[in-house]
Design a protein. Sequence first.
Length: 108
Amino acid sequence: MKELLKNTEEKMNKTVAVLERDYKSIRAGRANIAVLDRITVDYYGCPTPIQQMAAVSVPEPRVLMIQPWDATTLKEIEKAILTSDIGINPQNDGRVIRLSFPPLTEER
């Protein structure tokens, strides 16, 4: 009985952890760095999270700015964002990538 309770508790804790991670990526009218958590970039043949390749900041309430430490990875990061399912088009100016989130409406 104790083994069953322990297994059930572990499964429930994992479920809660996944739910918390999903809640962090919900758009609530502000840009949230957590939307990039699931996006990986092919960096020298290895899938690498964006946060390990670049500084990510929120300069304005609805804008994320990604500034890679290695400028040669700009195109790869842009490509990874475009192929992801976040629905935002990146704006690459040659130094940084900006993600502008539209204001929320009832449809979103």
